[in-house]
Design a protein around this ligand. Structure first.
Ligand SMILES: [Ca+2]
Length: 309
């Protein structure tokens, strides 16, 4: 099956790998447009980073639109302490040759969804959900036109931004609540899964051995020295799981659940309460993934990346 997708993103090293994976699988993905959002770093930088990535993949034709500069309600808190000041620390990429194209990401999302056949477009959400939430508020008629949303965010358990919250949901909890409350077909890929999606040292070394500029860039991002990480034993690649799930759903498992988002300002801000056992007796609003077969997953990711320059 070939998916018509939009990638909404805040690159971010793992966003970069996700975009590259989508571009490396043209028989699986028709990437229509990339929309950038403030998150890991400011939106001017995330949009520039998306340009750097598509140019790395020799896809300078790919349209990148900049979107929201800040979360819906709260001030922006970046994750530059993890991703580095430009968001792509370790990639060794030059500045983009071209700027983002005109047109705000939110308006582009609305126009695209209105123009396409209902149900035909999949939204791949790799950052805070601000752009999509604002699009749903601006144009509620797009909700039934969205085929599905696959998002990286939340956690069943410990967060990475705070003990309670994963970064993407923490950064804009109000947007997450809007998206999860909009009656969309949502697949949620949280930290509880992505922290088990670890490439082995041998797989990471294989990236470098590809001898391509893409292989070098991804290898550099994965192996950079990091402050502020969780001290995991390998190289979690959170956002890659979104694209990988659409390409190879047989490597993942999960179940339909009700998911609630804490929008209050206290220590639980951005917490996702995932009702795995149905205790709250609320209708499910997301398909929550909890398992990935990491070894074959990364073999396939690296095999795909061999297709890029
Ligand atoms: Ca991201």
């Amino acid at each position: 099956m070939r998916h018509s997708i939009v990638i909404d993103t805040d690159p971010g090293q793992d966003d970069a790998a996700a975009i590259l994976l989508a571009l490396a699988l043209p028989d699986r993905f028709d990437l229509r447009v990339i929309t950038a959002v403030a998150g890991n770093v400011a939106v001017a930088q995330t949009a520039a980073n998306a340009r750097r990535i598509v140019e790395l993949a020799a896809r300078a034709d790919m349209k990148v639109h900049a979107g929201c500069e800040a979360p819906l309600v709260l001030p922006l808190e970046t994750a530059a302490f993890v991703c580095g000041p430009d968001g792509l620390d370790g990639a060794g990429l030059p500045p983009p040759a071209l700027p983002p194209v005109e047109g705000h990401a939110v308006e582009v999302l609305v126009a695209l969804l209105r123009a396409e056949a209902p149900g035909s477009v999949t939204l791949c959400m790799l950052g805070p959900l601000t752009n999509l939430a604002l699009a749903l508020r601006l144009a509620p008629d797009i909700a039934p036109r969205i085929g599905q949303v696959v998002l990286m965010g939340g956690a069943m358990g410990l967060g990475n931004m705070t003990p309670a919250a994963e970064y993407n949901i923490y950064a804009d909890p109000h947007a997450a609540a809007i998206v999860l409350g909009a009656g969309l077909k949502v697949t949620l890929i949280g930290l509880h899964l992505t922290l088990t999606a670890i490439a082995t040292h041998a797989q990471v070394a294989r990236l470098d051995a590809l001898g391509t500029r893409t292989g070098r860039a991804v290898h550099g991002m994965l192996t950079r020295p990091r402050a502020g990480g969780l001290g995991s034993i390998g190289h979690p690649m959170h956002d890659v799981c979104v694209i990988g799930f659409l390409a190879w759903p047989e490597l993942f498992a999960g179940r339909d659940c009700f998911v609630d988002v804490e929008t209050g300002a206290g220590p639980l801000r951005g917490r996702t309460t995932i009702d795995w056992h149905g205790r709250l007796r609320r209708p499910p609003n997301a398909h929550v993934l909890d398992c990935i077969e990491a070894a074959p997953f990364f073999d396939r990711v690296i095999d795909a990346l061999t297709q890029l320059p």
